[in-house]
Design a binder for this molecule. Structure first.
Ligand SMILES: N[C@@H](CCC(=O)N[C@@H](CS)C(=O)NCC(=O)O)C(=O)O
Length: 199
């Protein structure tokens, strides 16, 4: 049984969405966390090394960091084919775009949010317009990050774009708008929103 260490309206909400998509057996364990307004505290029950969410425990096997959790869960619960397995030619793209999400895209948004330049040749990411240009190009060629098929990568990208849809950080793009609609109209997304505050 999977335990999802969760705090409402955070990066852990998207893993309720993924677990619902996977039809995996799971329970939510609501934890406290440090908040941007200075309130809150690390919850000693949360196994993430910095007390962040999400983290999961699979009967004692702990996994943290969103791409690692997505990969672990789609390997562990392959029934609904939400992540290409090791012998699938799409595996390389899957691993790449999962890692790109936290290694390139999130830092790119954070640089823009903090109004800091991205040092070329030093930073491991690129300016957000370059990163989003790449992602928009990808989504112009297919319905989802991996092309024809919805995968756990879309849980990361789609929920982020849904959340920042109206933000000045996000370039306006009909491609992204249509993509977000495909993600947020999935029944599992609605179930996750209903369960977000603990059900
Ligand atoms: N790199 C982590 C980021 C997780 C993260 O920063 N989560 C926020 C909530 S959205 C958090 O737990 N913040 C509390 C803190 O920073 O102590 C991931 O992608 O899983």
């Amino acid at each position: 049984m999977i335990t999802l260490f969760h705090h409402p309206k955070t990066r852990s909400t998207r893993f309720i969405f993924l677990l619902e998509e996977l039809e995996a057996p799971y329970r939510l364990q609501r934890v406290t966390m440090r908040r941007s307004d200075g309130t809150g505290a690390v919850d000693p029950a949360n196994p993430h090394p910095h007390g962040k969410v999400p983290a999961i425990s699979d009967d004692g096997i702990v996994v943290f960091e969103s791409p690692a959790i997505a990969l672990y869960l789609t390997d562990r619960f392959p029934k609904n084919r939400l992540g290409p397995l090791a012998d699938d030619p799409a595996r390389g793209a899957y691993l790449s775009w999962l890692c790109y999400y936290t290694s390139v895209l999130e830092p790119a948004f954070m640089s823009k949010f903090m109004n800091t330049d991205v040092p070329r040749g030093t930073a491991g990411w690129v300016p957000v317009d370059e990163a989003m240009g790449t992602v928009i190009g990808l989504l112009s060629r297919g319905l989802y990050i991996l092309g024809k098929h919805f995968s756990a990568a879309d849980v990361l990208y789609g929920t982020t774009f849904a959340m920042f849809g109206e933000s000045p950080l996000m370039p306006k793009s009909p491609v992204v708008h249509d993509y977000v609609q495909r993600i947020v109209t999935r029944p599992a997304f609605a179930r996750a929103q209903a369960l977000d505050d603990g059900g």
